[in-house]
Design a protein. Sequence first.
Length: 278
Amino acid sequence: MIIYNRTEYKALSLRSYTKEKKRLQVELLKLQEWVIKNDKRVAVVMEGRDAAGKGSTIKRFIENMMPKAMNVIELGVPSEEQNNHWFRTWNKRLPQKGTITFFDRSWYSRAVIQPAMEYCTQEQYKYFMRKVNGWEKRQIDRGLILIKFYLSISKENQELRFHNRESSRLKYWKLSSNDWKAHEKWKIQTNFKEQMFSKTSTAFAPWVIINSDNKMIGRLNAMRYVLSSIEYEYKKTLKPKKWSKESPRYHITINDVKFHDLNKEQYDLLFKLKTNEQ
């Protein structure tokens, strides 16, 4: 698991944000051209609680991308057929060659929101948790570039955003009674979230945690991580600004003991120990 909140945009005005966003979007276009030219397949998963900023972060990623080689998947409420054949449902939605696909929630709904809200059975949940790592490994072995983000917000911030949506004449439709019900089950969701991090953050597909209490900072961090993790043609090394430092930190849990703030070498060593114990 990677905590990617090291970029400290301390003096981030709207003007600074807009300038930095444009700088990163120029690089995202270079990345997309490389994906098209080399028939690459990139999947960017955005998970997180309601109002964490998943959709708005994706919107900033794709603002200036070429629509022909990019798409956004938002499954919504799954049908009975989709629910009963979960991996098949998502197999059909993985990116084709030369395409970047963004997932506004993903197959990981089965790991957190569905069991927390009792939208799936315990058997379906347990089956998913047993199988998902192997399924992802097979996709990666077939050439998929997979990046899994979890946008993290505080309970207080979520409640504030809910009230803002409730009173907005433009955003009221984004809030449903189910959102409030999920908010009331915060601790239950937290337990499932921690299980998800512990069981499904792997060396080949780690979870990348982005603090999204400040949406502008969260968006920039997510874009910066994608650009730093893929080697594409004509890549420009984006030197951190005076107000930023870029050094992802890793976290891992072994036998219920949590190790925090690790560098890459420390994480790799502990991950090997964890794998050998299983």
